[in-house]
Ligand binder design. Structure first.
Ligand code: HEC
Ligand code: HEC
Ligand code: HEC
Length: 285
């Protein structure tokens, strides 16, 4: 019975929504109220659930940060008073204004995005993706190489539309490389931890890995310029640094192992000498 399932979701939500922002933020406290949720058209219920489970919710980025309105007012009318409909060109969530709205907090992505052809098209011809096209709205998500290449080719960059149909595959290849570099950094960091526990000097590996992470983060900004040659270069730099860090970490660990066996060999040699000496002394007696 969909009604019962709906009621269950509503009750669960009411418990799950941490009271931390519920107390001070009226949008959250009122919109997490089961009676209010039930009175809304179902889509808005999903919006609230999506937001609750998103990285924005866990970081305290509440509805009003993008939607507007006054989250200090407990009454619906007062809270909503300054909020505009998404179809209103003056609304911060009107699609053409999305880059500016998200860009208040995601500056690197925004600054690079304003230099893209996508941004120009969005502003001039109302054609072109904005942040929400790729990341979703209330339930913002990271997007990976496979998801994004599918999205780009299904919406615009395909043979039928005739808009640069080779771009999705190219983007996917570079994004995959960036993902591999991320994975490599994570693995190398584990080795650094192990090495440090063993008393090894892992400083060089650590430095290279730190630089690799910075460069990778920088490349995510550059991605939003949608200039794939520039992005490819950035990712290559980050990927080379990740390789360097990985190799340094591995070498430091292997060195430790080598020293271990040397100590072991010396111990055995000493033991053999002592035994031989003992045999020699005993035979003399
Ligand atoms: C005291 C309760 C209450 C508070 C506080 C409140 N809302 Fe609402 N909101 C509602 C109700 C009820 C609706 C359903 C439509 C209506 O009754 O106006 C709604 C509807 C909405 C809608 C859909 C609007 C539409 O017409 O399609 C949005 C978006 C929204 N609220 C955002 C917010 C934001 C952002 C805040 C905080 C600044 C906020 N609300 C504060 C109760 C509240
Ligand atoms: C008031 C500040 C603020 C606004 C406005 C904002 N964000 Fe965020 N966003 C954050 C914070 C804080 C985080 C979590 C820390 C981080 O990853 O930087 C975050 C995380 C993200 C992430 C990473 C998700 C993940 O899983 O790591 C994406 C993608 C994102 N936001 C997209 C958007 C989009 C799209 C918009 C506009 C619709 C937007 N943000 C508006 C502050 C904001
Ligand atoms: C065409 C799709 C697309 C558009 C448009 C887009 N992004 Fe992204 N975004 C991505 C992809 C793909 C990544 C991962 C890039 C990487 O790993 O280098 C990403 C990464 C991010 C991240 C970092 C999350 C993480 O992986 O740690 C944030 C934050 C973000 N984007 C915000 C924005 C904002 C803000 C806008 C609008 C100004 C925007 N994005 C527009 C596809 C897009």
């Amino acid at each position: 019975m969909p009604g019962a399932r709906f009621a269950l979701i509503v009750i669960l939500l009411a418990f799950l929504v941490p009271t931390a922002w519920g107390e001070e933020n009226s949008c959250v406290s009122c919109h997490s109220n089961p009676t209010v949720i039930q009175s809304l058209p179902s889509q808005q219920t999903y919006y609230f659930a999506e937001w609750s489970a998103s990285v924005h919710a866990t970081n305290g980025i509440t509805c009003d940060k993008c939607m507007g309105g006054d989250a200090t007012k407990k009454e619906k009318e007062l809270a909503h008073a300054a909020m505009k409909r998404a179809s209103d060109p003056a609304s911060p969530v009107y699609y053409k204004n999305i880059p500016e709205t998200c860009g208040r907090c995601h500056q690197a992505q925004y600054t690079n995005f304003t230099q893209s052809l996508h941004y120009q098209r969005l502003k001039a011809e109302k054609l072109g993706p904005e942040c929400v096209t790729c990341h979703g709205s209330v339930g913002v998500k990271k997007v990976d190489a496979i998801q994004i290449s599918k999205k780009c080719s299904s919406v615009c960059h395909n043979e039928i539309m005739g808009i640069k149909p080779t771009k999705p595959a190219e983007a996917r290849e570079i994004l995959t490389r960036a993902e591999e570099a991320t994975a490599k950094i994570a693995q190398a960091q584990v080795m650094v931890g192990v090495g440090r526990k063993g008393g090894e000097d892992m400083t060089k590996a650590e430095e290279a890995l730190k630089e690799a992470s910075i460069q990778l983060k920088h490349s995510t900004g550059i991605w939003h310029r949608f200039d794939l040659d520039a992005y490819r270069n950035e990712v290559k730099g980050a990927s080379d640094l990740a390789d360097l860090g990985f190799n340094l970490a591995r070498d430091a660990l292997l060195k430790e192992k080598k020293e271990d066996t040397t100590v072991y060999k010396i111990a055995i040699a000493l033991l053999v000498i002592i035994l031989l000496a003992a045999v020699f002394v005993l035979r003399k007696k």
